[in-house]
Design a protein around this ligand. Structure first.
Ligand SMILES: [Zn+2]
Length: 344
């Protein structure tokens, strides 16, 4: 088993949507006022305007004309929690449900996940339990359609969705766990998976490829795979329990760990070291074990038969960039982002 090579992050597109400026140019005096206002705004720490939503997309997936996908980020919503003007897309205990609903509408509108008549596609989400349970989403008709339209499907437990039905958006909620998106270019089929350490150790992505093969007739060689934003190996310190779980499941587990010198854990574990001001080299080096979930999921995709050239990592660490992403590990009380995929 060869570990995957790090991929450059130059294949990430950023779609920023904001209000268009007026078509007619403003007067010079107006310009002056506007410039002063803009300078004031730049120097103040206020969050960006609610009209600004940033959706990350993958170049690999953007090349497929029938495919719709996106990874939400936190700025530009109406949630007053988590710093304000946040695009929280999960019904978290702190946030107002009406604000989350407004954020979701805003996100779907920017994604253009709508029928020709302007009706938003149903968004299918699960009650995520860090499992390896995968559901297939069939064509929706009658009462099923009405139920989906009201976004009442979050009651079903599971962490993976697959489908070959057009006009439905499949999503996973994330805040450190990795979203993994699959698309079969030939058979017009998609899948999306929620892969934290528990889902990864239960091989949800490897199983996901298997389910797409079994239920939708996909050939793994035709699959494109994108590992979205999540907590990187740089920040994801793990316990012995997690390490043992990976050791018991994967022959290549040692390739997924990295021992990182961590000044924070050094101070926590050996406070006396700092009080005594011991000379360098006289203290035990404090290393914390980190897990690389991108590599782990990349390995599963390879094992399932997806060619390495078809796989892309967005290389975005949620814990490193809390200005752009919600991070449960970094913030504890935080919002949720959505990763979504659908067939036009
Ligand atoms: Zn990081």
């Amino acid at each position: 088993m060869k570990p995957p090579k790090e991929k450059p992050s130059d294949t990430i597109n950023t779609v920023t949507t904001q209000k268009k400026s007026e078509s007619r140019g403003p007067q010079p005096s107006v310009l002056k006022t506007q410039r002063a206002k803009r300078d004031r705004e730049r120097s103040s720490p206020r969050p960006p305007k609610a009209s600004t939503i940033k959706i990350l997309t993958s170049e690999k997936l953007s090349g497929v004309p029938w495919l719709l996908h996106g990874f939400s980020t936190r700025p530009g919503g109406v949630s007053k929690e988590y710093g304000g003007q946040q695009l929280n897309l999960g019904f978290t205990p702190e946030d107002a449900p009406t604000d989350v609903e407004r954020n979701r509408e805003r996100f779907l509108r920017k994604l253009k996940a709508q029928s020709a008549a302007g009706i938003s596609w149903p968004l299918v989400l699960l009650n995520q339990t860090h499992s390896a349970v995968i559901h297939r989403v069939y064509g929706v008709r009658g009462p099923e359609w009405a139920r989906l339209r009201k976004n009442k499907v979050e009651e079903s437990g599971g962490d993976g969705l697959i489908s070959n039905t057009a006009g439905v958006l499949l999503g996973v909620k994330i805040a450190d766990c990795f979203p993994v998106v699959l698309a079969d270019r030939k058979r017009k089929a998609v899948g999306i998976f929620h892969a934290g350490w528990r889902g990864t150790v239960q091989r949800i992505v490897e199983k996901g490829v298997g389910e797409m093969r079994r239920q939708l007739g996909c050939n793994p060689e035709d699959l494109l795979a994108v590992i979205g934003p999540g907590i990187g190996g740089c920040c994801y310190e793990i316990s012995e329990e997690v390490e043992n779980a990976f050791d018991s499941q994967f022959a290549y587990s040692k390739e997924l760990f990295e021992d990182v010198f961590d000044s924070w854990s050094l101070k926590t574990k050996y406070p006396m070291l700092f009080l005594n001001q011991r000379a360098p080299g006289h203290g035990e080096p404090a290393l914390s074990r980190h897990l690389d979930l991108v590599k782990a999921n990349w390995c599963q995709l390879l094992d399932a038969g997806v060619p390495t050239e078809n796989i892309q990592s967005m290389n975005q660490c949620t814990a490193c960039h809390t200005d752009l992403f919600f991070s449960y590990r970094k913030e504890h009380v935080t919002g949720r982002m959505l990763a979504v995929v659908g067939i036009r």
